[in-house]
Design a protein around this ligand. Structure first.
Ligand code: COA
Ligand code: AMP
Length: 632
């Protein structure tokens, strides 16, 4: 079936569609009903099924003849290590680590926070949690101690998994001191921490609390060899598999909760229908396990589908050069690469002629998929010319877990419209509404909303915060999920996603909250008020830019305060925030009711034409802002 028939099939009978899709999962007890509209916040998928995600990702493939096929290929240019794990080997590692977690007292339903670099042990940790029914919450390594502490307090983990260090382009990032600091900042106390010691930097272990990963692994492997079993827990399909924190409008991150059953059904469907992958083939998502792309397409999607997944600990440029991605594709026979447009822009910036490419055999590559931010047409065209494969923009969010709109190569290759992530996937009926909640016409910009209920695989709620889920996503447009993205639908049903309607910005494909940055900037003792906005950036898509007004009577040089603010954001939120530009101004543009005119500031910062809003208190301030931004 092509795209249209498949989509219509879902539209006619959504529950029948997903029940059919559920047939590929190896259930312990299969679902007898697809959807219970009365359960949970908005209904729950496969309410009476029993399953285990780790069983489907590993055990079943070993049992079905994939024991010797590589499951995970770790390619780490920053350590010069390339290591492949077969399905049997990965299963063994996961069985062992699941035992280690059990011995630390972790049971089904307990949370485990994972704060780790891109190493195989991070994947082992996630799958071991899935095996015993513990709920993992991976925190991206680029976040600082305070952000880690916020997540630890919200998830209240029994155990934290971490490593001595991560390896970035310019430096070795010592993770362990960040974890120690987070644990002094957090109110919650985990029972134990398990620390992976890496060659480049050893970590000091806190007696009684910290355990050495290697030692626990050895002990558990010996127990397995001695006949101890490490079974998969029998979990309800509706039990949580993981929590993944993502930025929202306020400083407090949202803990997106993903279930076991719906997640498996959705991801398996996408591997075939969207990415066109067959079991046994190699899939590479060049992202990080700390982001949703890493969860869905480094770990779960490829493994559930019996593919080989590449885990890449490196960058698109600098490890060692702009040919790094082509080298990984050639070395591991990657069929589909998935990354963020910013990575392609980084390569293009260094090697616009594609001089690196001819050195590598990319004949196996079938497609490049892009997501995480809008794929600008220029970058897409450049990649198309260079790679001579379809370059597919697709649109999704941490909340949805997989694509809302895509060009589903596995079903049919639809015409590409540069700048649009194409058409809605089964599960999603996209509508564009104006400010009064009325439908917009073709090509008219409005809020992008999705008809409820959300399909399998989408967020089921926010951790311990059902009401916040309702308020954040469901309250503003009754009957719809509000994506907080703005855009339009054209006459062919293609969606055009143009940007966020809230305080979220996308910096190098990383989702960040300007609201959180403003909280930190305001905490500087010399700052009276501030505004942080996302400015256009040719490499990272967007970068934050801060305007600060100093308190009356502050005699410190404003430039010095700006530098301190930059340092404060890096210290409190982490390097990933990438706030480098902070501009002191005498006052901020506001409406007569006192609201800061952030959208107007953004237009000025982006060098776009702007008009003073009718509600502005004093239009002359805009000229001052223009001058200040032009000088820094
Ligand atoms: N642990 C610790 N620090 C990290 C980190 C991690 N896992 N990831 C990033 N950082 C640090 C970086 O070292 C950098 O620090 P610096 O300010 O000291 O240089 C900072 O956070 C900002 O990182 P980033 O935004 O990634 O910028 P960059 O200049 O290091 O790299 C790109 C730019 C485009 C090469 C990079 O962002 C990239 O490869 N992006 C690919 C897309 C991607 O992974 N998207 C995720 C969703 S799909
Ligand atoms: P994240 O939750 O980190 O995946 O970020 C989700 C947000 O990134 C979306 O709400 C969009 O604003 C943006 N985004 C992701 N993919 C795309 C895309 N293909 N086109 C436009 N925006 C995108």
């Amino acid at each position: 079936m092509g795209y249209r028939d498949t989509y219509d099939c879902w539209r006619r009978d959504p529950t029948g569609f997903w029940m059919d899709a559920a047939g590929v999962v190896d259930w312990f007890e299969p679902p007898s009903v697809a959807f219970d509209p009365k359960a949970g916040v908005y209904g729950r998928w496969f309410p009476d099924a029993v399953c285990n995600t780790c069983h489907n990702a590993l055990d079943r493939h070993v049992a079905e003849g994939r024991a010797d096929q590589p499951a995970l290929v770790y390619d780490s240019p920053v350590t010069a290590i390339v290591r492949s794990f077969t399905y049997a080997e990965l299963l063994r590692e996961v069985q062992a680590f699941a035992l280690a977690l059990r011995d630390l007292g972790v049971e089904a339903g307990d949370r485990v926070v994972i704060y780790m670099p891109m190493v195989p042990e991070a994947v082992v940790g996630m799958l071991a949690c899935a095996r015993i029914g513990a709920v993992h919450s991976v925190v991206f390594g680029g976040f600082a101690a305070r952000e880690l502490a916020t997540r630890i307090d919200d998830a209240a983990p029994k155990v934290v998994l971490s490593a001595s260090c991560g390896i970035e382009l310019s430096r070795v990032v010592a993770y362990k001191p960040l974890l120690d600091e987070a644990l002094t900042l957090a109110r919650h106390r985990p029972h134990a921490c398990v620390i992976l010691g890496r060659e480049r930097l050893k970590a000091e272990l806190v007696p009684g609390r910290d355990h050495d990963w290697g030692a626990l692994r050895e002990k558990a492997l010996a127990a397995l060899a001695g006949g101890r079993e490490s079974p998969c827990a029998r979990l309800a399909a509706t039990d949580p598999l993981y929590i993944l924190y993502t930025s929202g409008t306020t400083g407090k991150p949202k803990g997106i909760v993903r279930d076991n059953g719906g997640h498996m059904v959705a991801l398996r469907w996408t591997m075939e229908a969207i990415y066109g992958m067959a079991p046994g083939e190699v899939f590479w998502a060049a992202s990080d396990v700390g982001w949703v792309v890493g969860h869905s397409y480094i770990v779960y999607g490829p493994l559930l589908h019996g593919c080989t997944s590449v885990l890449y600990e490196g960058k698109p440029v600098g490890t060692p050069d702009a040919g790094a991605f082509w080298s990984v594709i050639a070395d591991h026979d990657v069929k589909v690469l998935f990354t963020a447009p910013t990575a392609i822009r980084a390569i293009r910036k260094e090697d616009s002629e594609g001089r690196q490419l001819p050195g590598y055999d990319l004949s196996g590559l079938r497609a490049l998929f892009l997501a995480g931010e809008r794929a600008d047409p220029e970058t897409v065209r450049w990649a198309e010319r260079l790679l001579e494969v379809p370059v597919i923009d697709h649109w999704w969010q941490t909340e949805t877990g997989c694509a809302v709109a895509a060009n589903p190569l596995g079903l049919e290759r639809l015409p590409v419209k540069h700048g649009s992530p194409a058409v809605p996937m089964p599960g999603y009926a996209i509508r564009i509404l104006d400010g009064d909640g009325q439908p917009c016409g073709h090509g008219e910009m409005g809020s992008i909303v999705l008809e409820m209920p959300l399909p399998p695989g989408a967020a089921v709620t926010l951790w311990n915060a059902d009401d916040r889920f309702r308020e954040s996503y469901l309250a503003s447009r009754p009957g719809y999920y509000d994506t907080a993205d703005a855009g339009s639908l054209d006459e062919d049903g293609y969606v055009w996603v143009m940007g966020r309607t809230d305080d979220v910005i996308n910096v190098a494909g990383h989702r960040l909250s300007t609201g959180l940055m403003e909280e930190v900037v305001s905490a500087h003792p010399a700052v009276a008020e501030c505004a942080v906005i996302g400015c256009r950036d040719t490499l990272k898509g967007e970068v934050p830019c801060g305007l600060i007004v100093l308190k009356a009577g502050v005699s410190t040089d404003p430039g010095l305060v700006a530098d301190e603010v930059v340092a404060l954001v890096r210290e409190r939120i982490g390097p990933v925030a990438a706030l480098r530009r902070v501009v002191p101004v005498d006052r901020l543009p506001k409406t007569r009711s006192g609201k800061i005119l952030r959208a107007t500031i953004k237009r000025i910062a982006d060098g776009e034409a702007y008009a003073a809003p009718a509600t502005i208190e004093d239009p002359t301030v805009l000229v001052e802002i223009e001058g200040a931004l032009a000088s820094k």
